[in-house]
Design a protein around this ligand. Structure first.
Ligand code: FEO
Length: 408
């Protein structure tokens, strides 16, 4: 990628992870890649906001982009570390060995991490306080403590004269960014839809657990006149930053319910008996005009299931009993949804059993503290009979009634 001018002497320096087998955070598939953005303010004092990950040739790529602004690593006077997760700080150790004069600005909580992750002595750093300002030539930077968006030490940096928010993970998305499509006003409708989907998946995978902090952070930022958002993943919002602010607000509010009038249906089956009810359920939901997103476990990746479940007001789980308990691959799905604090959902479960049931009892125990409202369930022995199918339709119809009420 090449260095890109944002406004005046502010530049975006970025790399894309393009390896489709790469797992972000070691867990999440990113078949469409992800960008990792840093920002340069060139002037009387040269400022670098967020570093890059120390993988592939990323440090070299960012160094070359700096050279595009006729600067070297050694020329940076101020290093702003909004967030210490290694996708934004992995280069810190090597960077600080080369650059011995730069002063690091970060939160107090980040200082021990400078040493733990980057072997950078705390003496190199200044701990910001919430709202503190720093003048760098013509640029007036203000720091905001925004804990847990994404880690406890996270902060954001706001350039007051130009209304630019350097938000790090917040307002970010998966999806690689091309050289000619770094700004929101350069994107086609189709590309906007792509980044919207990738922003939701990024949110559900990375930030969702901390949604109450996102809402607090949004309140804190509400009084700022934000003209441009420069996140550390994804595109820059200079035409209409309220689009991504509103998306993030909506995503965070899904944690309080009710979500959209949609259903995420995750199913598993051992010999096809639980699977045999799938079409019937989908047809019943379709008849009630409730969109349904279908996933199989095992098979579909939990990162995608999470994004869908986060947004949907309804969850349906189809699983057989396995050794008196929940079918193991579904156990993993449920656990991950609970870890990510997917809550305030209307839930229905169905499944076949062999000699004896047990999955329902196990399922109820697992979701006891989930904040899920288990409206109903339906179980049958072996293959479903015609009567089972009719009972299932009735059970799903009743579920739809409740879901519609919940989302009115
Ligand atoms: Fe992009 Fe939480 O790091």
């Amino acid at each position: 990628m090449k260095i890109q001018n944002v406004v005046d002497d502010i530049y975006r320096l970025a790399v894309n992870i393009e390896d489709e087998n790469y797992l972000f955070e070691g867990i999440w598939p990113i078949p469409h890649g992800i960008s990792i953005n840093s920002y340069l303010i060139k002037g009387e004092k040269n400022v670098l906001i967020d570093l890059t990950q120390n993988i592939m040739d990323f440090p070299r790529a960012i160094t070359e982009q700096l050279e595009g602004a006729s600067l070297a690593v050694e020329d940076i006077d101020i290093i702003i570390i909004n967030h210490m997760e290694p996708d934004h700080s992995g280069w810190l150790n090597e960077f600080c060995k080369k650059n011995t004069k730069g002063v690091i600005y970060c939160t107090k909580k980040a200082i021990p991490l400078l040493e733990a992750f980057g072997e950078v002595p705390p003496e190199r750093a200044v701990a910001i306080t919430d709202g503190m300002t720093l003048t760098a030539g013509d640029y007036e930077l203000q720091f905001f403590d925004t804990p847990n968006i994404h880690w406890p030490e996270t902060m954001m940096t706001y350039e007051k004269k130009r209304g630019i928010l350097f938000s790090c993970d917040a307002f970010g998305s998966y999806g690689k960014v091309g050289n000619d499509t770094i700004f929101d006003d350069q994107l086609s409708q189709e590309k906007h839809k792509f980044f919207e989907n990738e922003a939701l998946r990024y949110y559900a995978n990375i930030v969702a657990t901390f949604s109450p902090f996102v809402l607090k952070g949004l309140s804190k930022l509400a009084s700022l006149d934000i003209k441009t958002i420069c996140p550390s993943h994804g595109i820059i919002w200079r035409d209409n930053p309220s689009v991504i602010i509103n998306h993030y607000k909506r995503y965070a509010e899904y944690s309080k319910g009710p979500g959209e009038r949609e259903v995420t249906l995750v199913w598993s089956s051992m010999y096809g008996n639980t699977k045999s009810m799938l079409n019937l359920i989908v047809q019943t939901l379709n008849k009630r005009q409730i969109p349904v997103h279908v996933f199989q476990a095992p098979g579909d990746d939990i990162g995608y299931i999470l994004a869908s479940a986060w947004k949907s007001a309804g969850l349906i789980f189809g699983m057989p009993t396995y050794e008196y308990k929940v079918f193991p691959p579904m156990s993993h799905v449920i656990e991950e949804l609970l870890v990510k604090k997917v809550t305030n959902k209307k839930v229905f479960r169905y499944g076949s059993y062999g000699w004896v049931g047990g999955a329902q009892r196990d399922f109820e125990a697992r979701i006891e503290k989930s904040g899920w409202d288990l409206l109903n369930f339906y179980e049958w022995q072996g293959a479903p009979t015609e009567a089972d199918k009719q009972n299932m339709i009735q059970a799903v119809e009743a579920y739809c009634d409740e879901l519609i009420k919940f989302t009115e």
